[in-house]
Design a protein around this ligand. Structure first.
Ligand SMILES: Cc1cc2nc3c(=O)[nH]c(=O)nc-3n(C[C@H](O)[C@H](O)[C@H](O)COP(=O)(O)O)c2cc1C
Length: 183
């Protein structure tokens, strides 16, 4: 899953390609905003070619088949502050939220979330509660000063690589048996 946060443009090289190199099957779902971003820069097409699956950013029609295989691990990277707030409060108004919200209540389906936020997001009065809710639901949060130091808005480094290797390590810890491609 990817959302409209800085760094989403590196989803393919940062996460999808390394995961596929381990033999995992990867299916990409984006929020509608992230879909707009990656369609505009050509990454959405590249992700579809790479994964061999459609990138989802809208829900299917009731008459359409499910375009993705059943997932045995969900990863949201990067997760916007908006996405984290909606996930924690049970708002599922897009495909990327619907799938992960269901996974929160599904024993045995691990969820890894990397909140790509700044210091102002983290000072929102509801923020700590959102993180606690997600932790209680066994979400593996890639979060903290060692992984992602928080800067004030517009004050961080100009170019900031997302912590893709740490995200990959978290996935391997929570889902050591993530599905291998059958081919
Ligand atoms: C260029 C740009 C970069 C953004 N980067 C972030 C970000 O890193 N983290 C974040 O929480 N929001 C960021 N936002 C704001 C989100 O895009 C906005 O809250 C949006 O509603 C999130 O939609 P989504 O959660 O449905 O993907 C950014 C917005 C723009 C225009």
């Amino acid at each position: 899953m990817g959302t409209a946060a800085d760094g989403i443009e590196m989803l393919r090289t940062g996460l999808v390609e390394p995961a596929m190199a381990l033999g995992w099957q990867v299916a990409v779902t984006l929020t509608p905003n992230a879909g707009r971003w990656l369609r505009a820069n050509g990454e959405l097409d590249r992700l579809e070619t790479l994964t061999g699956l459609p990138v989802r950013d809208t829900p299917r029609l009731p008459t359409e088949p499910r375009p993705h295989p059943v997932a045995d691990c969900y990863v949201v990277a990067p997760a916007s502050a908006n996405y984290v707030a909606k996930l924690a409060t049970g708002v599922s108004d897009n495909q990327a939220l619907t799938q992960v919200s269901e996974a929160l209540g599904t024993i045995g389906v691990p969820v890894v979330v990397f909140p790509r936020v700044n210091a102002a997001h983290a000072r929102h009065p509801a923020w700590q509660g959102h993180l606690e809710t997600l932790r209680k639901a066994n979400v593996d949060l890639v979060y903290g000063p060692d992984v992602w130091p928080l800067y004030e808005p517009r004050e961080g480094p100009e170019v900031r690589e997302l912590p893709w290797p740490t995200i990959m390590e978290s996935i391997q810890q929570v889902a050591p048996n993530a599905s291998r491609r059958s081919d």
